[in-house]
Design a protein around this ligand. Structure first.
Ligand code: ADP
Ligand code: MG
Ligand code: MG
Length: 248
């Protein structure tokens, strides 16, 4: 589904991604872990085509099509989606109208407002959102946890083929992590894929992880299975970074 080859990217004057390869197949769940500033969010933004991030080398192929230079809205139409580490507050647009507009932008199909409303209420219930939130302005006055759950609500409403979750679980209390984790599990099927950027194992409970990648200083320094998560939590990232451990 997604093949990233030799990817290098910069933000402003800084080279952040320094030659990165990653392949994700349909049906798979991948996890990326790494220290702060390693380039995890940069990778997510580059996959989505955020204009601040410039690819200087390598390619991104999605469903057989080279999207390295595609615009963000084209990528979204192809089924790429990401949640934001710090969701923005948007005055003047309600959660419901935002989601309806976003879904129309992605699918190009118009839907009856009432049908969409009913579906939205079902999804909101699944995420423990009171239905009054549908009429609230996007993220205004939302708690950190509510903003993150709202990102998952977007994912469930948009049915992306590949969803990238950028630290969606950080800042959530245990109950909210459980709710988010259940929402993620409800999204996942054999045809779509997940890329989860996280520091914690809690969100991964009950989610089958196919591969774990450790990103340090713009490069993937180690690949492994689900057991790598425990290894990292036990030993930290430094032990997994060859150059750093040689330097002492
Ligand atoms: P991570 O998500 O792994 O913590 P990031 O990808 O957010 O790391 O950041 C990697 C590096 O890129 C950091 O040094 C950060 O300051 C820099 N960076 C990321 N986004 C921007 C941006 N929009 N403008 C300037 N620097 C950025
Ligand atoms: Mg960070
Ligand atoms: Mg980040």
């Amino acid at each position: 589904m997604l093949t990233i080859s030799g990817l290098k990217a910069r933000v402003g004057d800084s080279d952040i991604l320094k030659g990165l390869d990653l392949t994700i197949n349909a049906g798979e769940t991948h996890v990326i872990m790494g220290p702060n500033g390693a380039g995890k969010s940069t990778l997510a933004n580059v996959i989505m085509g955020h204009p601040d991030y410039v690819v200087t080398h390598g390619s991104i192929v999605f469903d057989g099509e080279d999207i390295t230079d595609a615009k963000t809205d084209e990528r979204a139409k192809k089924g790429l989606f990401m949640t934001f580490q710090n969701p923005e507050e948007v005055a003047g647009i309600t959660v419901e109208s935002f989601l309806r507009t976003a879904r129309f932008a992605v699918t190009g199909k118009s839907e009856r407002a009432w049908d969409f409303h009913k579906e939205l209420l079902t999804l909101m219930e699944r995420l423990d959102f009171d239905e009054s939130y549908a009429a609230r302005h996007l993220n205004i006055g939302f708690s950190g946890g509510e903003k993150k759950k709202n990102e998952i609500l977007q994912m469930l409403a948009l049915h992306p083929r590949l969803a990238i979750l950028d630290e969606t679980d950080s800042g959530l209390d245990v109950d909210a992590v459980k709710t988010v984790s259940e929402g993620v599990r409800g999204y996942k099927n054999e045809k779509n894929a997940l890329l989860i950027i996280t520091h914690s194992t809690k969100i991964l409970e009950n989610i089958k992880v196919d591969a774990v990648h450790i990103l340090v200083d713009g490069q993937i320094v180690k690949n492994g299975g689900a057991s790598l998560i425990d290894e990292v939590n036990h030993s930290g990232f430094t032990a997994l970074t060859p150059s750093k451990s040689i330097e002492g």
